[in-house]
Design a protein around this ligand. Structure first.
Ligand code: FES
Length: 116
């Protein structure tokens, strides 16, 4: 397993992310409310640069013709066709579930470490 220093914790505050040049396409490292997650920068739909898309939330049905905004900052939307992924799991938020490769991220001595 290879280890990559992403940066200092304070350089990646909640809501921020960074695409690390690992492998052919890179890996996106995201701070979601203080926890770090890493996803491969390739969308399983058609190979788009997934981690260059916006971090957003999604809607949830609360009744007939009624929705509310939920999970703000926890969803990554692919910039090519809009598929949405849960940053915590790498899974799409709709059926059928597709999954993008995810990687462990650790914090050691104030550094964010990506393991691939
Ligand atoms: S390539 Fe990502 S949604 Fe199509």
């Amino acid at each position: 397993m290879a280890r990559h220093v992403v940066g200092r914790v304070e350089e990646l505050p909640p809501g921020s992310h960074r695409v690390v040049p690992v492998g052919r396409r890179g890996v996106g490292v995201f701070n979601v409310n203080g926890a770090f997650y890493a996803l491969y920068n390739v969308c399983p739909h058609a190979g788009g640069p997934l981690c260059l898309g916006p971090v957003t939330g999604t809607t949830e049905a609360i009744g007939p013709y009624q929705v509310r905004w939920v999970r703000d900052g926890e969803i990554l939307r692919c910039p090519w066709h809009g598929w949405e992924f849960d940053l915590r799991t790498g899974c799409t938020i709709t059926e059928p579930v597709e999954r993008v490769q995810s990687y462990p991220v650790r914090v050691e001595d104030g550094l964010v470490i990506l393991e691939t």
